[in-house]
Design a protein around this ligand. Structure first.
Ligand SMILES: Cc1ncc(COP(=O)(O)O)c(C=O)c1O
Length: 367
C-alpha cells in the first residue's frame, strides 16, 4: 500500500469511527426507558446525572473498548492508588466494585456472617436490604424525625447486643437531608467500637459536608461507600468504591469472587479520567443547584412543601396540591416521581437539567 492509500484508509477509518460514535450517542438517547415509557422522556427516577459522563471520561471509555480483551489489573491498581492519594489513604484502604451497590451488599454480607441484626433509618436507600435479609441479617427500621431527619438517638435506642451493623446514608436518600458533621462524628466514635457502620456517601459531592473517611484508620468498623454513578455521571458504567481500614478491606475482598474485579476496563478508564475532570464536577454541582432552585420555585408556587436538599433529588409533599403529581408529570412524559412512604403523598423527584426542571415547573403550573 502506498502512502496515499494508507492516508485514504485511515481517513475512512476515522470517518467510520466518528460516524459510529455519532450513531452510538443517538442510539443511547433513543433507548432511554422507564417502566414502559421510552424515547423522548424526561427521566427523573434514579438520581442519574443528566450531564454525564464527562467528555474526558467518554473519550477514555471509548479508547478502553479496544483494550477490553485484557484483564484490567493495572488500571484497577491505578484507580485504587489515585483514590487513596485523594483521600490521604493507601491503596489497601480501597476496594473497587461494580457500583457501590455491590459494596453495600458485600458489607451487609460480612455483617450477616456475624449472626445478628442491622439497624437502618426508614425510609432510606434499600437496594441492599433484600439480599441481606435472605442471608440472615434481619433489619430493624427506625423512623425519621418529624422533620424527616435521620434520628441518630432512635437508631442508638434500636441497637441491642446482637446489632452487627448500622447503615446510614449521608446525605440521605430519599429525603436529601444531612446529618451535621459534628453529630455524625460523635455517633461514629460512640458506635464504631461496637459494630460495623456502613456509611453510604453516594451524594456527598453535591454538598459541602466533609466525608467521614478520615476516621477509617481509627475505627476498623467504619466502611464508607462511594460511587461514580452520581456526580461523575457514570451510573450505567457500574463502578463504585469502598474505603475502610486495610484489615476490613481484606475481609470484604475475601467475600468478592475476585477481589476488586467487579468493574470492567471501560468503567475503570472512565473513572480515572473523570477524577481528573474537576471542571466537569464543579459544573455538575453548580447546574444541580440551579436546576434544584427552579424546582423549589415551582413547588413554592403551587404550595407543595419540600425538604431543602443536599443532593441531586428533592423530597416533597404533594398532599396540598390535591392532584396526582405522578400521573400529571407522566402525561407530559416526565417520569420518576416516586413514593417511599406508603400512605403519604411525599414524593421524590430527581433533579434533571435546568431545562428539564423548567418543563416540570410548567407541567405543575398549568395543572
Ligand atoms: C444512597 C445510594 N447509595 C448507593 C446507590 C447505588 O449506586 P451505584 O450505582 O453505585 O450502585 C444509590 C443509587 O441511587 C444511592 O442512592
Amino acid at each position: 500500500m502506498d502512502r496515499r492509500q494508507v492516508l485514504k484508509q485511515s481517513a475512512l477509518a476515522a470517518a467510520a469511527f466518528a460516524f459510529s460514535r455519532d450513531a452510538f450517542s443517538r442510539e443511547v438517547e433513543r433507548i432511554v426507558t422507564h417502566r414502559g415509557f421510552t424515547g423522548n422522556i424526561i427521566k427523573l427516577s434514579s438520581n442519574e446525572n443528566p450531564h454525564g459522563p464527562s467528555p474526558a471520561a467518554k473519550s477514555a471509555m471509548i479508547a478502553a473498548v479496544g483494550v477490553s480483551n485484557r484483564y484490567p489489573w493495572e488500571v484497577t491498581t491505578q484507580l485504587r492508588e489515585k483514590l487513596a492519594s485523594m483521600y490521604g489513604l493507601t491503596k489497601e484502604h480501597i476496594m473497587i466494585g461494580a457500583g457501590s451497590s455491590e459494596l453495600l451488599g458485600i458489607t451487609s454480607l460480612m455483617a450477616a456472617l456475624q449472626k445478628g441484626n442491622a439497624v437502618a433509618p426508614d425510609p432510606t436507600f434499600r437496594l441492599w436490604m433484600g439480599a441481606a435479609r435472605k442471608v440472615g441479617l434481619p433489619i430493624k427500621l427506625v423512623p425519621l424525625t418529624g422533620k424527616k431527619q435521620t434520628d441518630l438517638q432512635r437508631i442508638k435506642d434500636a441497637m441491642d447486643a446482637n446489632t452487627r451493623m448500622v447503615y446510614l446514608c449521608n446525605p440521605a436518600n430519599p429525603t436529601g437531608t444531612i446529618i451535621p458533621a459534628a453529630e455524625l462524628e460523635t455517633f461514629i466514635k460512640d458506635i464504631a467500637p461496637k459494630c460495623i457502620i456502613l456509611l453510604d456517601e453516594a451524594y456527598t459531592e453535591f454538598c459541602d459536608e466533609p466525608s467521614m473517611v478520615k476516621w477509617v484508620n481509627d475505627y476498623p468498623n467504619l466502611v464508607v461507600a462511594k460511587t461514580f454513578s452520581k456526580i461523575h455521571g457514570m451510573a450505567g458504567a457500574r463502578i463504585g468504591f469502598a474505603m475502610a481500614h486495610p484489615q476490613t478491606i481484606k475481609q470484604l475482598n475475601d467475600l468478592q469472587p475476585w477481589a476488586n474485579a467487579g468493574a470492567g476496563a471501560v468503567a475503570l478508564a472512565g473513572a480515572l479520567a473523570s477524577l481528573d475532570d474537576k471542571n466537569f464536577m464543579s459544573f455538575c454541582k453548580a447546574e444541580n443547584q440551579k436546576a434544584r432552585s427552579v424546582f423549589y420555585k415551582a413547588l413554592d408556587k403551587v404550595g407543595m412543601p419540600y425538604i431543602e436538599s443536599h443532593t441531586s433529588f428533592v423530597y416533597f409533599n404533594s398532599a396540598p396540591f390535591g392532584k396526582d403529581v405522578q400521573k400529571l408529570l407522566e402525561s407530559q412524559q416526565i417520569v420518576g416521581a416516586r413514593t417511599f412512604e406508603e400512605g403519604t403523598k411525599w414524593l421524590r423527584l430527581s433533579v434533571g437539567t435546568v431545562d428539564e426542571m423548567k418543563k416540570v415547573a410548567e407541567a405543575l403550573s398549568v395543572a
